[in-house]
Design a protein around this ligand. Structure first.
Ligand code: APR
Length: 221
């Protein structure tokens, strides 16, 4: 089978995977996506996985420009679903893209449950040296309510994974640094066999690196 046929088969398989059906759009558990996640499981990119919290724009600018690291949204499923809204509605077997509950309207909405499930799978596959970009312009860069804190960190485990390297993206005059108490919390809840590091990096430095195609990834921080 050639590469095109392989992709076509894969897409059909994904399309036909059971999806949450006729139900209350505020009552979709993340387990509803188990079949979809199992259908599309990708080989983990050891030493190249990039997690993030409140840094979405710069993280994706970075992975678009430099191919050394990959986020969940750079995997097939994450890429396809990023930015989409969908839901079922009670009493209908159609899928809707409007009039769906928002992220905060209810916890078990289909979009949020999907990202919780996909993030669980991505973090479970974490291996080797893992990077996370956190936002140093916030008082609490490691926020307990985030997907990164409430789901992903809990799935990180040695010996498959070796280290978590925090890149704290800062702007001039920011007061948050690697000593921040939320980052101490992160360090404290991490599997003790994982090596932890944290580095403050100016946002402008990362942006300069992104816009210079000749600069290798390793030079960005
Ligand atoms: N309203 C709308 N969307 C939200 C909200 C909200 N209040 N909170 C989160 N989201 C959605 C948005 O799409 C946002 O870009 O979740 C995304 C991530 O939210 P953040 O708070 O920035 O970060 P976090 O919750 O830690 O999730 C990022 O999860 O997607 C995975 O692997 C990925 O490591 C990454 C992590």
């Amino acid at each position: 089978m050639n590469e095109d046929d392989l992709w076509k088969n894969k897409c059909e398989e994904v399309w036909n995977a059971p999806a949450p059906g006729i139900q209350d759009p505020c009552d979709v558990p993340m387990e509803a996506y188990d079949p979809l996640i199992h259908t599309v499981s990708e080989k983990a990119a050891c030493n190249r996985m990039l997690f993030w919290s409140k840094t979405k724009d710069i993280v994706h600018q970075f992975t678009d420009a430099k191919k050394c690291l990959l986020t969940l949204e750079d995997t097939l499923l994450g890429f396809v679903m990023d930015g989409l809204t969908w839901c079922s509605k009670k009493g209908s077997n159609e899928s809707f893209t409007t009039g769906c509950p928002g992220w905060l309207d209810c916890e078990k909405n289909p979009v949020r449950s999907f990202w919780n499930r996909a993030s669980t799978a991505f973090a479970e596959s974490a291996c080797g040296n893992v990077t996370v970009m956190l936002n140093g312009s916030l008082d609490t860069p490691f926020n307990p309510n985030s997907i990164f804190a409430s789901i992903e960190v809990k799935k990180f485990s040695s010996p498959k994974m070796r280290a978590l390297n925090v890149v704290l993206v800062t702007r001039r005059n920011d007061t948050t640094n690697c000593e921040n108490s939320s980052l101490q919390t992160l360090r404290g809840i991490l599997d003790p066999n994982l090596t932890y590091s944290c580095k403050e990096v100016q946002r402008s430095r990362i942006l300069d690196c992104i816009s210079d195609p000749d600069r290798p990834c390793g030079d960005c921080w």
